[in-house]
Design a protein around this ligand. Structure first.
Ligand SMILES: Nc1ncnc2c1ncn2[C@@H]1O[C@H](COP(=O)(O)OP(=O)(O)O)[C@@H](O)[C@H]1O
Ligand SMILES: Nc1ccn([C@@H]2O[C@H](COP(=O)(O)OP(=O)(O)O)[C@@H](O)[C@H]2O)c(=O)n1
Length: 666
């Protein structure tokens, strides 16, 4: 996951390949609650690992449920409808799929068994309405206190109290279908007699109710229904664990890759594994909307394949009540269409993680788009003159994921623009590795992938600065010195004459090098510690003088230029390897400072060192690096000079970021 303040997406050009979706959020949290209410053990396979499922799992533990992981599975020993904890405070983040059903279940359990439970969330959760559900529960006889604004969390649910189950439970269905879902999931707890639920108003997001009914059936509860207006939970209903449940992939998450295929998969389709024609989730019908916009879609039982069909895409007018979450993706696809796209019947967007109609309209306009909006609709015009935009994500995973598709603007304009996504880690709500997954199936012009180079003499702090800068930007790192060090080490081990450039260069293609988690492997051997030894640094400096060796290592270094960007440190990064780097820094510090830093670094690693000897070695290395004929150590003409003798690491990083920001179009 990119845990960084912002992620810059360079212009993306194409897409092909296979993605495996994380588990569905809606199914995951329903299954967890049903498993917890059931008697017996449930093994949940392919559960979504995300913020919203984490708060549900934590709540179930707090309520006394035994929950543990076994490999990739989650195992739950259910409560069998019996509360173990009679008092608890549950923090539910921004997870509507946890807040609503837990409120219903705990209200009923408190009424019948006694207890006091507080449910709360992040500030946005306290702005998301729950009054209709609370009214329905109070109508039944549950005792619920508003702890903040009436009709919104936080709430206290307490009991015992007497439930009136002989009259129908009435709940509004036109604000959020989650209220009905919450009642359907929880009322079997008290179904000593038939319980009838009547929906007031036109029920929205019906497909989510289908998921609820299908999962209830898996757990032994057969709800009788009268269209979408009334539902009856039969007397004597009991949750029975099915033993094992598979969570299918998240169909709403699939929408980004369906959109991706429609926009950018010109030759080979994007294959999406985890959802398909047999999916329980209504959002799988997003493929119909994408097809109406021109995508070529094939579907198997649990897979989809999507390619570009019509191009530009076709604008459309669509009632999106059946695909409320996935439909957001259409608003960004609409930028690539031949005419306006109007989405209607989307009032529920206003009460989601953020006001999604307002959020999409505001952020699309930043790209340059013309957008109109109403209480329950949005209209987006196609875009020709794109602007580089900084996209606010409102702590809403879907806003972040949707706007990644704006990075394909280079397919419709010659002046391609990057897109900056603020707080990209908000995707953790449903798809923690979204951007990594995206990067795995998109193509770029390598020249569009931004590079920052840091060159300078030994122990000036290049590696440290490169690592820190890369961490903040989410970029990859190239420690080019490590390549020379490995070459020197391998040449020495092979017994080669280090002055024989041809011989040393000849072993480069045979090196079985692997970089993983900051470690360097040569074949199976972790050589990281060996590489950092000063003696290896001297070997590196000896082999680095040979033009043949430098040529042999050239392509290997270019290969590090991958999405979303690269920070490269060495001696000739800005001059020879990445002459087109957007920011070049030449880092220096006095010889005395550098010798002292290296000394401290070695001592802290338990390696004995002598400061005078170190200084002599580094000056000798400086001389060799500066005076060799090929790629000598010297600042690129367009490099920023940074003498950090008197600067802390933090101050150096701040300076880097300030220079970087000056070069960005945002
Ligand atoms: N600006 C700085 N101020 C103080 N110490 C620094 C600074 N930059 C780096 N160091 C320290 O100096 C040592 C050498 O830095 P390193 O990044 O390994 O240098 P290089 O990659 O240039 O050889 C490290 O222990 C590092 O923590
Ligand atoms: N791009 C590079 C990187 C390293 N090198 C050589 O490899 C040696 C080791 O590089 P390094 O970056 O690991 O060394 P330190 O600066 O960490 O001491 C340097 O002394 C250079 O001679 C190079 O010639 N070109």
């Amino acid at each position: 996951m990119f845990k960084i303040p912002f992620l810059d997406l360079p212009p993306l050009r194409g897409a092909a390949g296979t993605v495996r979706l994380p588990g569905s959020k809606s199914i995951s949290n329903r299954v967890l609650l049903l498993a917890a209410l059931s008697e017996g053990r449930t093994v949940v396979r392919d559960l979504l690992a995300s913020d919203d499922t984490a708060v549900m799992l934590e709540s179930l533990r707090t309520l006394g449920c035994a929950v543990w992981r076994e490999g990739g599975d989650v195992v739950i020993d259910g409560l069998g409808g019996q509360l173990r904890a009679k008092e608890a405070k549950l923090f539910l983040g921004n997870a509507g799929t946890a807040m609503r059903p837990l409120t219903a279940a705990l209200s009923l359990l408190a009424a019948t068994q006694g207890g006091s439970f507080e449910v709360s969330g992040v500030p946005r959760m306290h702005e998301r309405p729950i009054g209709d559900l609370v009214d329905a529960l109070r109508g039944l006889g549950c005792e619920i206190d508003d702890l903040g604004n009436a009709g919104y969390p936080p709430l206290r649910l307490r009991g015992p109290s007497t439930l009136a189950l002989d009259t129908p439970v009435r709940v509004r269905g036109d604000v959020s279908s989650q209220f009905l879902t919450a009642l359907l999931l929880a009322l079997p707890l008290v179904a000593e007699r038939d319980i009838r639920i009547e929906v007031i108003g036109e029920l929205i997001s019906k497909p989510y109710i289908e998921i609820t009914l299908a999962l209830l059936a898996r757990f032994g509860i057969q709800v009788r229904r009268e269209g979408w207006a009334a539902f009856v939970i039969p007397a004597g209903s009991r949750y029975v664990s099915p033993g094992e449940v598979f969570v299918e992939g998240d169909a709403s998450s699939a929408s980004y890759f369906v959109g991706l295929g429609a926009i950018a998969a010109t030759d080979v389709p994007i294959r999406i594994e985890g959802v398909g024609s047999e999916s329980l989730q209504g959002d799988v019908r997003f493929i119909e909307a994408a097809a109406a916009m021109g995508a070529e879609v094939k579907a198997g039982p649990n897979w989809l394949e999507v390619k570009r069909g019509a191009w530009p895409l076709k604008g459309l007018t669509l009632d999106c009540n059946h695909i409320p979450d996935a439909a957001m993706t259409l608003t960004v696809m609409a930028l690539y269409a031949d005419g306006p796209t109007t989405l209607t019947n989307i009032a529920s967007w206003r009460v989601k993680e953020t006001d999604r109609i307002a959020a999409m309209a505001t952020e699309l306009r930043k790209l340059g788009a013309t957008v109109d909006e109403g209480p329950d609709w949005i209209r987006v015009q196609p875009l020709q003159r794109w602007q580089a935009a900084v996209i606010h994500t409102y702590d809403d995973h879907r806003v972040a994921m949707c706007f990644s598709l704006a990075a394909f603007n280079g397919l419709v304009t010659t002046a391609a623009k990057p897109v900056r996504i603020l707080e990209p880690h908000c995707v953790a709500k449903t798809f923690p590795d979204y951007f990594e997954t995206l990067f795995g199936v998109v193509s770029v012009d390598v020249a569009d992938v931004p590079v920052i180079t840091i060159d300078g003499p030994t122990a000036s702090g290049k590696g440290t600065l490169a690592d820190e800068t890369a961490k903040l930007l989410g970029f990859n790192v190239l420690d080019s010195g490590a390549l020379y060090r490995v070459t020197g080490l391998a040449a020495r081990r092979a017994g080669l004459d280090l002055d024989d450039g041809d011989a040393v260069a000849a072993i480069v293609p045979t090196l079985q090098l692997r970089f993983a988690d900051g470690q360097v492997f040569l074949g199976q051997e972790d050589v990281s510690a060996r590489l950092r030894a000063e003696a290896t640094g001297l070997l590196a400096s000896q082999v680095a003088v040979h033009p043949q060796v430098r040529r042999a290592l050239h392509q290997l270094q270019l290969d590090f230029r991958r999405l979303p960007g690269l920070v490269a440190d060495g001696r000739d990064m800005g001059t020879a390897i990445f002459p087109d780097a957007a920011l070049k820094v030449f880092l220096t510090a006095s010889a005395a400072t550098r010798a002292e830093r290296r000394y401290k670094q070695l001592i802290s690693k338990g390696i004995s060192a002598n400061i005078e000897g170190l200084r002599a070695d580094l000056e000798a290395r400086d001389e060799r690096d500066k005076n060799r004929s090929t790629s000598p150590l010297e600042p690129a003409q367009d490099a920023q000079l940074l003498d950090n003798s008197a600067l802390t690491i933090e101050a150096s990083v701040d300076q880097m970021l300030a220079w970087w920001q000056q070069r960005r179009p945002f």
